[in-house]
Design a protein around this ligand. Sequence first.
Ligand SMILES: Nc1nc2c(c(=O)[nH]1)N[C@H]1C(S)=C(S)[C@@H](COP(=O)(O)OP(=O)(O)OC[C@H]3O[C@@H](n4cnc5c(=O)[nH]c(N)nc54)[C@H](O)[C@@H]3O)O[C@H]1N2
Ligand SMILES: Nc1nc2c(c(=O)[nH]1)N[C@H]1C(S)=C(S)[C@@H](COP(=O)(O)OP(=O)(O)OC[C@H]3O[C@@H](n4cnc5c(=O)[nH]c(N)nc54)[C@H](O)[C@@H]3O)O[C@H]1N2
Ligand code: SF4
Ligand SMILES: [Mo]
Length: 876
Amino acid sequence: MDGGSSPAIRSTCPYCGVGCGVLLQPDGLGGLDVRGDPDHPANNGRLCSKGSALGETVGLMQRLLAPQVNGADTSWDSALDLVATRFSDTIARHGPDSVAFYVSGQLLNEDYYVANKLMKGFIGSANIDTNSRLCMASTVAGHKRAFGTDTVPGTYEDLDEADLIVLVGSNLAWCHPVLHQRALAARKARGTKLIVIDPRRTASCDGADLHLALEPGSDVALFNHLFTQIYEGGALDKAFLAHTNGFNDTLREAYGSRSQVTGLSDADITRFCRMWMGTERVVTIFSQGVNQSSSGTDKVNAILNCHLATGRIGKPGCGPFSVTGQPNAMGGREVGGLANMLACHMELNNPDHRSAVRTFWEAATIPEKPGLKAVDMFRAVGDGRIKALWVMHTNPAVSLPDSDRVRQAIADCPFTVVSDITAATDTARLADVLLPATAWAEKEGTVTNSDRTISRQRIALPAPGLTRPDWAQLAEVGRRMGWKRQFDYQTTSEIFREYAALSGIAGRFGLDFDISAFTDIDDPDYDALPPTHWPVTKNRTGGRFFADGQFFHRDGKAQMIPVTHRPPAAKTEPRFPFRLNTGRVRDQWHTMTRTGLSPRLSAHLAEPFLDIHPADATRLALSAADLVTVTSPVGRSILRVRITGDVQPGQVFAPMHWTGETAPSARIDALLADVTDPISGQPETKAGVVNVAKFEAAWYGFAVSRQPMRLTSEYWALATTNAGHRAELAGMTATADWETAAREMFNLSDATVSSITDTARGTARIAFEADGQLLAALFVSPTPVAVMRDYLATLPGGPAADVLIGRTPADVPDPGPMLCACFGVGVNTIVEAIETDGLVTVEAVGTALQAGTNCGSCRPEIAELLSSMTHREAAE
Ligand SMILES: Nc1nc2c(c(=O)[nH]1)N[C@H]1C(S)=C(S)[C@@H](COP(=O)(O)OP(=O)(O)OC[C@H]3O[C@@H](n4cnc5c(=O)[nH]c(N)nc54)[C@H](O)[C@@H]3O)O[C@H]1N2
Ligand SMILES: Nc1nc2c(c(=O)[nH]1)N[C@H]1C(S)=C(S)[C@@H](COP(=O)(O)OP(=O)(O)OC[C@H]3O[C@@H](n4cnc5c(=O)[nH]c(N)nc54)[C@H](O)[C@@H]3O)O[C@H]1N2
Ligand code: SF4
Ligand SMILES: [Mo]
């Protein structure tokens, strides 16, 4: 293929729910050039750091290229026969509820549709659930209680047209960066105000007018207070109230909440209420700080109640806005990927819906009772009720709470199938059968983003090895289990047409999700499908919902829900005095199977960490870069501390991304109990309880290597670099012979070594080379190793000289930790430029160094650096 001249292929980013359009240009060597699509309505050409680095993640290094049974490569026929036989046998012996599918909000609509049809229509169980249970379930439940359906009322244009944007439990700057940039653009264009409600100070607080660092889990109390103020302050929309039920009960309950539990000052609460009530065009964006809570559904309804009471819903520039996490979290909700839904927003517990779907699918029966939700599903795997499990496009051994137990449950399951693009995941390592999936850019279909836009993912690269798309794997198994006609799909377009036709039935039941205008879409039109907001019917395309006061409950009205504040389920106590909050970092995606391959993305935060307040650190005698042991009622981790005022005293924060592959003692879900919201079943992964104590390591190490390393110490964390790999290490027992240990670790039995060892001090610096080229180096010390890491990480593969000094040569400045992933600009370089050139704005830094001028994801951090330096100068 000739890269430069063929037109770019339009597709959609496989990461977050913003759903940015991308232009893909294959380089003819297996690589891809990725740019933002200026014509896609979600991003108008913008991309964040993750989207910009997509080209670095399409290599075949870690790919699973052939089916495997018990670790040995095999043919598709034998693998699929085995899967079909084992599922059929298990069902025959123990009934349909003895099997389960655990799928993902990253599947395409077409994959998801086939998975749901196979389980609910033909296997005859509703035991299909998805990682969206860990993500969007509380929002789904909240929407359904309030609106009668799971409908997102607004569109992204509302962000451009709002005068106030409130982020509740959302770190938009890092998790939906392109939407955050849209909010900042609105701020510039029309002075849109920004409020952040988050116990933690995040990058999203940069440029915010108000940050409310509320007590974890107290959102219901805050929004209940707002509700009473709306009533008292005359902000009620009385005409709109006629379209709602439940106002009086909701108000009574709202008065029962004490706003003091939020821990916020009266002045801040008053300011928040005034700004919210006084601004007609207010968008309340909410995400995992709301959903991942044992009162998640109530939090959602507390927010929706305020929008309903003011009639601020479905109109330009206003409304509640749940931003979806995964690229197709929304689509999964539409196809019925959750265990308690049917398909196309139809209900499992509605006999009319069941019968219509059964007829349409030509299925024998549709289960009447909901299937097991994610946490319960893995409990059932653990206690032997589920005997055959198929995990597709998700990594539950890492991402579910109480993950050590989940890991054990999967290991003990009599038959586990895992479909993934790599065998190097914690879950894939436990599989009996591994099925190789074609990955993003090699496969095609559709995804639905946060604002109901259906976009195409398209093929730009050939499917490598024996990989097959997820939908094709499912259809093959369906046929082999005996439903040849019903799973006779050859293309994703056939599946899409069937899905569209089924949605027409939903539409006839008066439901919102109706894309029946696509029922007869031909292949060329499906191939060319532009991004389209649903609904898509003969009479209507896209638009907002609910401004007309028409809702989906039987009487056409919305329901306000009386909600009461409940604190997080786990209580802090003397043994576990800290509240553990968890979440995401800017440049990693979930369990890092893709972003972890990119040196650029791995440079931003190369190691897992625990943020802790300076006062707590002092009390525990912790210094910067110490390691700590974090213990909870269910597990234990070892993490590097970052001492920072961004978290409140008594609270700690850790990222969710690291795994058995990248930092086995830092798997954060091992610390979280599997408590769930009683309505949505969503786990409370933002509010664990833990103890923190210094990890008394006998030695600390830092290693760089061209080739993969074998790491075995009590603590290690691995990251990809341009030159190979880097690792942080620590252990409880030091050795007298670091050279032998290093040879083993780097698998370099014969390489030439140079070393500086100080046995009395317990330090060692060891480098291996061949033909003058550096292969690997290890730095050991009894205290955290102080070397210039980002510089050393560039050296393997280059000249071996001088590496043992551990720092840049005197005439070369140390760029410091990477801040701008796109242009590779380090913190020290930026600080230096700010100081010497007197730069005062993010723009000026961009002009001087390019930093922040491509994707813009690091702009909040540059602003933070500028602000901290200005404050420092002011204080001096
Ligand atoms: N870089 C990156 N981006 C991503 C992802 C990724 O892995 N990496 N994943 C995608 C996915 S699937 C998802 S679901 C989204 C998640 O996107 P977000 O929800 O924005 O991300 P999180 O970091 O999980 O959590 C958001 C915030 O909730 C706060 N929080 C914790 N407890 C409370 C509370 O009680 N109340 C309030 N108000 N806030 C609280 C946390 O401090 C945190 O800052 O991100 C998507 N985008
Ligand atoms: N403590 C804590 N835990 C959390 C969260 C949190 O905030 N805190 N957030 C939760 C949320 S919101 C989410 S969404 C989950 C996410 O958690 P997971 O879904 O478990 O994480 P991913 O790394 O996205 O897993 C996707 C898997 O699919 C594989 N894959 C990639 N492409 C393909 C493909 O085309 N086909 C197939 N079959 N496989 C593919 C990847 O290699 C990877 O193994 O984590 C949840 N867990
Ligand atoms: S904001 Fe970033 S990760 Fe999300 S869809 Fe856009 S480019 Fe992808
Ligand atoms: Mo998510």
